[in-house]
Write a protein that binds this ligand. Structure first.
Ligand code: SME
Length: 153
């Protein structure tokens, strides 16, 4: 059965609208919300372009700490999305040659770019310990999340 993302859209909107806390705190809260409420979202984080260095830098995240706090453009799923400007849905990470493993428990990944004024300035990255869990509804929901985040960056 299709997942109903509408309650999560409302919670996302409320977090974004909370001007009493910093942008970073709102992004952190958002990562925790998604990780807590979607059973197959096991690691949720934002990467942002790091100045003009040709690399991504880890921002707020929820889940196990990762060694991959800096990712060069073109490397791994995240680095590929930094240059392609396209969603990247990976149903089975073991089938990917250009992949950076953060944890051996991860089976699947989705990365959706984040645009501000039409420029790809970062991305949301989800790791799942469940094989092939992501549908187009996840893509649409994560695009919604990134559009909201773009408004407070
Ligand atoms: N797996 C990612 C690296 C980031 S971790 O998932 C947190 C990649 O291949 O780009």
């Amino acid at each position: 059965m299709a997942k109903d993302f509408r309650p999560l859209q409302q919670k996302t909107q409320r977090i974004i609208d909370n001007q009493n806390v910093s942008t970073n705190t709102r992004l952190q809260t958002l990562c925790e919300l998604l990780r807590d409420e979607i059973p197959y979202y096991d690691w949720v984080g934002f990467y942002f372009k790091n100045g003009d260095k040709g690399e991504l830098k880890l921002g707020p995240y929820a889940g196990e700490p990762t060694d991959h706090t800096i990712i060069p453009f073109g490397k791994g799923i995240c680095g590929q999305v930094a240059v392609s400007n396209q969603n990247f849905v990976v149903p089975d990470v073991s089938a990917q040659d250009n992949y950076i493993a953060c944890s051996i428990t991860v089976k699947a990944e989705i990365v959706v770019p984040l645009f501000v004024n039409g420029e790809n300035i970062g991305q949301i990255d989800i790791d799942s310990n469940t094989p092939d869990p992501f549908s187009e509804e996840d893509e649409r929901f994560l695009e919604f999340v990134n559009e909201k985040v773009a408004q407070i960056l």
